[in-house]
Design a protein around this ligand. Structure first.
Ligand code: AN7
Length: 349
């Protein structure tokens, strides 16, 4: 039986026989080939569909590690700031093992599905009159002073768990891809994937390393601009972050891999979001950023020397996290009388 990423990749993770493994069987997510995107880009495009993790996002890979290590240490309470997915994941893993969990979220700027998850798993949910960056500063100050475990990606065990995404990609493709495209918010995941790719390469499990392509939302693009953004904005609330915690390691991932970090507009994000859905894959808006990004790069001729190569896009969270955005952007259902003729007419028969 599959038992989650800690058992699967134990040799690459800082755990011992004494670590109590807290798992919801995260990881082992599908890598889906996209005919549509491959045709347009001219390389083989694969989607790493992280929405199929137990709480619907990639955060579960890091959370199984962070919560297991908190348990090992004897912690009783964990805390995080979150744009939504981290809080959903922390709440679920804390519930699995009986830890107390408190989450600080930016008031009014978290998707409904994520809020419902944190609430139903009985986390103490505190909405801060401020943004994610304000919430993270508070969580740092609190966890430095009080006996509460921080489970944001500043916690190195989060990065350790999340690097398993790169291992899975290499296991599926029998090597690393040429490019790995990924959304960038707090910049933990791009850091984790790059660490994973390097470790697999060093261990002889892959022959090559990918170029890392990170994408921020244009209204929340501190790394692209080279300075913190005080009032970040984007409809992709997951990556509405103005001062990323893993800024420096993200630059290292970009530079060591000869990749880039660029921005995409909300319009480009929405267009990629709908395009993914048209191909049967429902991912949340932030997850569409890397797809928008590679389409932008293609238009600039960036991939012209790599025809036939492979690109993986991490689709970080499930589309069901944010149903309001979906419904708002495709119009309302048609309401009819229960009449077969009317229905056939509407269907176009
Ligand atoms: C769907 O939940 O920061 O660059 O507090 O939920 O590793 O931060 C979420 C981030 C991309 C960005 N896609 O990843 C949080 C939070 C989705 C996300 C990101 C997030 P990082």
């Amino acid at each position: 039986m599959y038992k989650g990423i800690i058992e699967k990749y134990r040799d690459f993770l800082p755990v011992t026989a004494k670590t109590p493994v807290v798992t919801l069987n995260e990881g082992n997510t599908p890598l889906i080939f996209s005919e549509d995107l491959s045709e347009e880009i001219g390389l083989k495009v694969y989607l790493k569909y992280e929405g199929l993790n137990p709480t619907g996002s990639f955060k579960d890979r890091g959370m199984t590690m962070a919560i297991s290590k908190a348990k090992e240490k004897g912690a009783t309470t964990v805390m995080c700031a979150s744009t939504g997915n981290t809080s959903a994941s922390a709440a679920a893993y804390a519930a699995k093992c009986g830890l107390k969990c408190a989450v600080l979220i930016p008031d009014g700027n978290i998707a409904l599905g994520k809020l419902s998850q944190a609430m139903i798993h009985n986390a103490k949910v505190i909405a801060i009159r401020g943004n994610f960056d304000d919430a993270l500063n508070l969580v740092k100050a609190i966890t430095e002073k009080y006996p509460i475990e921080l489970v944001n990606s500043l916690n190195p065990f989060r990065i350790e768990g999340q690097k398993s995404g790169a291992f899975e990609v290499c296991d599926s493709l029998n090597d690393a891809p040429d490019f790995h495209a990924i959304p960038v918010g707090n910049a933990g995941n791009i850091t984790a994937y790059w660490k994973g790719y390097k470790e697999y390469h060093t261990a002889g499990k892959s022959k090559t390393l990918p170029k890392m392509l990170g994408f921020q939302a244009a209204g929340s693009a501190p790394i692209v601009l080279g300075h913190a953004v005080e009032k970040p904005e984007t409809l992709a609330t997951a990556i509405r972050i103005g001062n990323p915690a893993s800024w420096k390691p993200a630059l290292a991932a970009r530079d060591e891999s000869s990749g880039l970090i660029d921005s995409v507009t909300d319009e480009e994000i929405l267009s990629a979001y709908k395009r993914l859905a048209n191909g049967g894959v429902f991912a949340e808006p932030a997850s569409a950023a890397p797809v928008a990004g590679i389409l932008k790069l293609k238009a600039q001729g960036y991939f012209k020397d790599f025809k036939g190569g492979r690109i993986v896009c991490t689709l970080t969270g499930h589309g069901l996290k944010d149903p309001n955005i979906a419904i708002k952007n495709v119009g309302q259902p048609v309401t009819l009388n229960p009449d077969i003729k009317d229905i056939l007419k509407e269907v176009g028969l």
